[in-house]
Design a protein around this ligand. Structure first.
Ligand code: ADP
Ligand code: MG
Length: 259
C-alpha cells in the first residue's frame, strides 16, 4: 500500500451542488473523508448517494461548490484565483486513482475472472501482461478466488462476481475505493463473503466510501457515517453514535425501517 498523508482529507466536499435539468439532487454537500477511513453513507432511495459518488469519480459533473480528491480539485485546475477545466486526459489521470464497485457487478462476460482483473492495467496503464497477470493472481487470492481464475462470470455466483469486481478495481492500485450498495443485489447468504473482503480492505488501510444498507457493517467497520436525505447531509458522526442515538427525526424514521 502506498504511503498516505494522513493530515490531508482524501475527499473534501464544500457545498457541492448537482442538478439534472430543473431537479436539484445535491443541495450543498459538505463532508470530509480522511485517509484510511471507512466512510459510510446511508439514506433513503433517491437522496443523492449514488450521484455524490459519481461526482467524485467524474461520472457526473458538479454544478457548484468544490470537490477535492487527495488534494486535487476534481475536474478543475487552479492557477491563482482562476479555475481551468481539466482536459480529458487529465480527468482520465484523476480517475485512475479511484476504484468503484457498483451494485451490479458489470464484469466483462466474455472474459475470465483473471482476464477481467488484468484488463484495465493492460489497457489503461499499458502494463505488460506478465506484470498485470501476477498482480491479478494475487488479488484473486486476496478475495478468496484463486481457484476461480479461469471461470467466466456466468459460472460464478453473485458474491463471487462481486469479489472479482473488487479485485478488478484494486488492480489499478487506487487511493480511494467507492462502493455503491455493493451487496444490495446479492442473495442474503452471499452478502457476508463480500463484506468480509471489504472488512479486510479496511484493515489493510484502504480509504473507502461505502453506500450501504448494511448497518451491522457500518457499525463494526465504519469510522464515520453520514445520513443523507433529499440531497443534504442531515446528520453525521461516528457510526455507533448516529445509529444508536440519532438526533434528527428523519434519521430516526429511516433507521426504524432498516435496523
Ligand atoms: P440514491 O443513490 O440515494 O438512491 P441517486 O443519486 O441515484 O439517489 O438519485 C437521486 C435523484 O437524482 C433521484 O431523484 C434520481 O431520479 C435523480 N437522478 C439521478 N441520476 C439522474 C440523471 N442522470 N438524470 C436525471 N435524474 C437523475
Ligand atoms: Mg443509489
Amino acid at each position: 500500500m502506498t504511503v498516505v498523508d494522513k493530515s490531508r482529507p482524501m475527499v473534501l466536499a464544500e457545498q457541492v451542488h448537482k442538478s439534472f435539468g430543473l431537479i436539484d439532487v445535491l443541495k450543498g454537500i459538505d463532508l470530509q473523508v480522511m485517509p484510511q477511513e471507512v466512510f459510510c453513507v446511508v439514506g433513503p432511495s433517491g437522496s443523492g448517494k449514488s450521484t455524490f459518488l459519481r461526482c467524485i469519480n467524474h461520472l457526473e459533473k458538479i454544478n457548484a461548490g468544490r470537490l477535492w480528491v487527495d488534494g486535487r480539485l476534481v475536474g478543475y485546475r487552479q492557477k491563482g484565483d482562476k479555475l481551468y477545466e481539466l482536459k480529458d486526459s487529465e480527468v482520465a489521470l484523476q480517475r485512475r486513482d479511484i476504484g468503484m464497485v457498483f451494485q451490479r457487478f458489470n464484469l466483462f462476460p466474455h472474459m475470465t475472472a483473471l482476464g477481467n482483473v488484468m484488463e484495465a492495467p493492460v489497457q489503461v496503464k499499458r502494463e505488460t501482461r506478465a506484470v498485470a497477470r501476477e498482480r491479478a493472481l494475487k488479488l484473486l487470492d486476496r478475495v478468496g478466488l484463486a481457484n476461480k481464475k479461469d471461470a467466466y462470470p456466468a459460472q460464478l455466483s453473485g458474491g463471487q462476481q462481486q469479489r472479482v469486481a473488487i479485485a478488478r478495481a484494486l488492480a489499478m492500485e487506487p487511493k480511494l475505493m467507492l462502493f455503491d450498495e455493493p451487496t444490495s443485489a446479492l442473495d442474503p447468504e452471499l452478502v457476508g463473503e463480500v463484506l468480509d473482503v471489504m472488512r479486510g480492505l479496511a484493515e489493510d488501510g484502504m480509504t473507502m466510501i461505502v453506500v450501504t444498507h448494511e448497518m451491522g457493517f457500518a457499525r463494526e467497520v465504519g469510522d464515520a457515517l453520514v445520513f443523507m436525505d433529499d440531497g443534504v447531509v442531515v446528520e453525521s458522526g461516528h457510526p455507533r453514535e448516529v445509529l444508536t442515538n440519532p438526533q434528527h427525526d428523519r434519521t430516526k424514521a429511516f433507521l426504524s425501517k432498516v435496523l
